[in-house]
Design a binder for this molecule. Structure first.
Ligand SMILES: Nc1ncnc2c1ncn2[C@@H]1O[C@H](COP(=O)(O)OP(=O)(O)OP(=O)(O)O)[C@@H](O)[C@H]1O
Length: 263
């Protein structure tokens, strides 16, 4: 697999003044209120914050699943906010990898077919796509499960298949939405180690939303959201090796005890 970081310089993802409002007048919800963030290539960023602070909205705006009300979102220099629907769908398919809490694999397809799917949808030849899928599955330690269907795999194995599928197109950004939310702690650690490895060895750029300080501790940088604003960050290099307790402590200062409400 090509080292994704070596191909271009600059930020993989740049958000400027990203604002998202839902509803109108008195019913308006200000989900994001002007968020600026930049993800360098080959970096691992975690986003944390209390429930309702705007984490999912931020992730969805960042990868073209939702449109900001105002502001700019650029993926490797390409502005998303003015793109038409079709172009956005294509960009998501070819330049962004997705890993969700619920795996989102197609049950009728084998692991290898699931991983090959983004390449096939982008017009890749059957054989080349199959070979690339096989290589991606080997990278996540599942070469011997290539012909199993999702129901024949454990949760952790399914998430590793999902990660292989996210990696196979060598995307600009991998968007991980609570990737360990459905996994036990040991399996979660395995998936996080693979995400970390994708960054360190392939130069992938990962943006991960999580509630779990132990998961965030695998990142280079943790961004803290509260009430639609970025209110703090632990910069690159400060997180790894820092106890998850440190991150949990910062989270507690954003949350009124027992309520999940921002103070
Ligand atoms: N489609 C929508 N219509 C109206 N309001 C919405 C919509 N989506 C999100 N919101 C509101 O925007 C705010 C931010 O929601 P968001 O889902 O981004 O928060 P979150 O931090 O991801 O929360 P959680 O941790 O509970 O998943 C919340 O007040 C939510 O109710």
């Amino acid at each position: 697999m090509v080292n994704m970081a070596s191909e271009q310089h600059g930020a993989a993802l740049a958000l400027r003044g990203v604002t998202r409002r839902y509803g109108r007048r008195q019913g308006t919800v200000h989900a994001l209120r002007g968020v600026d963030a930049e993800l360098p290539r080959g970096s691992f960023t975690a986003v944390m914050g209390p429930s309702g602070s705007g984490k999912s909205t931020l992730l969805q705006c960042a990868v073209g699943l939702d449109r900001p009300t105002a502001g700019s979102v650029r993926i490797a220099g390409t502005e998303l906010t003015r793109m038409g629907r079709r172009a956005l769908t294509r960009l998501r398919r070819e330049r962004i990898g997705f890993v969700f809490q619920s795996f989102n694999l197609l049950p009728a397809l084998t692991a290898q077919q699931n991983v090959a799917l983004p390449l096939r949808l982008a017009g890749g030849a059957a054989r080349g796509s199959r070979d690339a899928a096989g290589a991606a599955l080997a990278r996540v330690g599942l070469a011997d499960r290539a012909h199993r269907r999702p129901a024949e795999l454990s949760g952790g194995q399914q998430q590793r298949v999902a990660l292989a599928r996210a990696l196979v197109t060598e995307p600009e950004v991998i968007c991980a939405d609570e990737p360990t939310g459905a996994l036990d702690p040991t399996t979660a650690e395995e998936v996080l180690a693979l995400l970390r490895q994708s960054v360190d060895e392939l130069g992938a750029t990962v943006l991960m939303v999580t509630h779990d300080p132990a998961a965030a501790a695998h990142a280079d940088r943790v961004l803290f959201l509260a009430d639609g604003l970025l209110v703090d960050e632990f910069p690159a290099g400060h997180v790894r090796g820092t106890a998850a307790a440190h991150i949990a402590g910062r989270m507690r200062t954003l949350t009124r005890p027992g309520t999940g409400v921002v103070v």
